[in-house]
Design a protein around this ligand. Structure first.
Ligand code: SF4
Ligand code: SF4
Ligand code: SF4
Length: 253
């Protein structure tokens, strides 16, 4: 999927570093984040420190996560080489039809110098939001937030195919599956793997560049916990302004 497609979908105006106040822009550029710019309708202002990420987790204080395990994914975005092995693994594991997707890689070309261009890739999937707009609007409770893990699940038997949740999702993370006549989306591989005792998702396992790190944010020994709580690390979430409070975090390095 091209980033332009998603931008059209979201009909949002993007911002670049040039829109920041000069001091903030200098700091932003010093951090080497000029190329981050905007993805998925987020703005450079969605870049935030680890502390601010917790600000994005509305109502949830540091070390106090509502689920056990509290599943999340940290995406080390700049490592992504667009090999799409994650996408292939997801399709195979979760029987995703060719017209749908549970995850995809957004791409764009950036101008980084007078003549220099650089391509950037960003894996996206359902954010398993803490305050999921999709759940709020579903008239049949076919989509719900699992009380144990925090995973936003789908019960296809209850889905009437009204697509209200698709329209409500700020991340374009859902599609209509013609075969089952219901909405489908990422479930952090709960049905295909986690419920069978596996510890990670198919996409995270398949990634040769260790871009996708999956784990339990309520476990201080987990990699995700350590990445999210590293005070030196800049993390961001997509579209924090929606208040959906995502559980997919982005970082570099
Ligand atoms: S990303 Fe979309 S589908 Fe996933 S939980 Fe958030 S609102 Fe729902
Ligand atoms: S976590 Fe599982 S379902 Fe979700 S995108 Fe990755 S492979 Fe697909
Ligand atoms: S497998 Fe990893 S490197 Fe390849 S496209 Fe997916 S996230 Fe990017």
């Amino acid at each position: 999927m091209k980033i332009e497609d998603l931008e059209r979908f979201e009909k949002m105006e993007n911002e670049g570093p040039e829109t920041l106040p000069s001091e903030e822009r200098r700091r932003f550029l010093q951090m080497g984040l000029a190329v981050t710019g905007v993805f998925a309708g987020g703005t450079v202002l969605s870049l935030m420190s680890a502390r601010s990420v917790h600000g994005a987790l509305v109502g949830i204080s540091l070390k106090d996560y509502p689920y056990k395990p509290h599943y999340c994914m940290v995406i080390r975005q700049d490592r992504c080489i667009d090999c799409e092995l994650c996408k292939e693994a997801c399709v195979k594991t979760n029987h995703v039809p060719d017209y749908g997707y549970r995850t995809t890689i957004l791409e764009r070309e950036l101008t980084v110098g007078p003549k220099a261009k650089q391509r950037e890739f960003m894996p996206v999937l359902c954010n398993h939001c803490n305050r999921p707009p999709c759940v709020r609007v579903c008239p049949t409770v076919a989509t719900y937030k699992d009380k144990t893990t925090g995973i936003v699940m789908m019960d296809p038997k209850k889905c009437i195919g009204c697509k209200t949740c698709m329209a409500a999702c700020p991340y374009n993370a859902r599609y209509f599956n013609e075969e089952i006549r219901a909405i489908d989306k990422c479930d952090f591989c709960f049905a295909s793997r986690l419920s069978k005792g596996m510890k990670t998702t198919a996409c995270a396992e398949a990634c040769p560049a260790d871009v996708r790190i999956f784990g339990d944010l309520s476990d201080p020994t987990s990699r995700v916990y350590q990445l999210v709580h590293d005070p030196e690390r800049v993390l961001w979430v997509l579209r924090p302004e929606t208040g959906a409070a995502p559980n997919v975090f982005y970082t570099k390095g």
